[in-house]
Design a binder for this molecule. Sequence first.
Ligand code: GLU
Length: 476
Amino acid sequence: MTAIKEPSFRESVDLMFNRAASLMDLPPGLEEKIRVCNATYTVRFGVRLRGDIHTFTGYRSVHSEHMEPVKGGIRYALAVNQDEVEALAALMTYKCALVETPFGGSKGGLCIDPRQYEEHELEQITRRFAYELAKRDLINPSQNVPAPDMGTGEREMAWISDQYARMNTTDINSRACVTGKPLNAGGIAGRVEATGRGIQYALREFFRHPEDMQKAGLTGKLDGKRVVVQGLGNVGYHAAKFLSEEDGARIVGIIEWDGALCNPDGIDVESVRQWIVKHGGVSDYPDATHSAEGGEVLEAECDILVPAALEGVINLSNAERIKAPLIIEAANGPVTAGADEILRKKGVVIIPDMYANAGGVTVSYFEWVKNLSHIRFGRMQRRQEEARHELIVSELERLDRYLDDAWSMSPNFKAKYLRGADELELVRSGLDDTMRIAYQSMREVWHSRDDVEDLRTAAYIVAIDRVSKSYRAKGL
Ligand code: GLU
């Protein structure tokens, strides 16, 4: 048993940052400037509910303003605290730099168990929290743009957007004050699935590089790989669904708050999700073995482990027993700094959070651009693209007639080729491109430097280098 104390989440992020920064040649003092959190605003406000005044505590932390607006979600959970919000804001800075979204890093949180409140009560609480933040420009299209995180979603973002618009009636860009909104309230197609989709694209890119797979002792393709997912919330659900339905991966374990489901033949993700929606948890789900000690399934035999729930779940107490050769961090900070060291020594490859779950903020960026341009992606080009394709297809049809039986168009070619790209296809294409390029920038550092052992350190080096260049351009 080790006697080393587990650092806090923020300390863990700082330790990982320091490890990478020590391998860089930063000007004196700049390292410290980048690492520290610029400001954290704490608000305590009262809301009258059920005849009583309830006091809530919320935070919005701004880690780095080397680019503005700053960006990051708002989390609703009872465990929210300043240390956590600051760690998450720091991760946002590095995440945005790594995937080249032009934002600084921020994060917000409200200490609340949303399940304890009716919808209209949550609306009152959210609007009040949004009011407190907006009046200090901590919600603002050009300064600070929140988004969903754990415990929040489209509904909360719509309330926040509307609250900001009521307070800024002449701001033509008010919808860009928050992302992750519903489609009918200024959202973008593909935002809800974006983080899970990003996990899929990240793994596809990883499996395009045999050298990287070899480091994890893996061979072959994603098809048939055994996957354990922790958390079937928005991120875990979409990741597991896409990996199993589109890439042939086998989901052999699903860990939820009330235990875990295991089935070596694979679990149907959609039917488990429906079961959770109906019954509130995974207990009694018929087509898998249920084990009450969910956490132990993190240590199960599998090829890919996807922690998609909370921070700190892989720590000094279980890291040694983890058997997965590849971990992709769908959650923020699921592996503590101590566990990271143990896993590295064991040869486990970790695809780090700041890259793996960046699909959300990437599509948020597209939504923000859409809001500022006041037009849906593809609206101008789609039919023109189709008309040009029509020209080629009619020429091919002429050839088809001329060549008679010697050649013919493949079935479905015409229908597939004719269709111009709609917003969802464009969003997925932009996300895929972003995930590929960011992965390549990390692996370039990973493979070209002898002193860089892992993808996380490589990711930090790429991100810190970009942030430091922005600071230097600003005269720091
Ligand atoms: N909350 C998400 C994250 O941790 C999304 C942030 C955003 O879209 O701004 O990356």
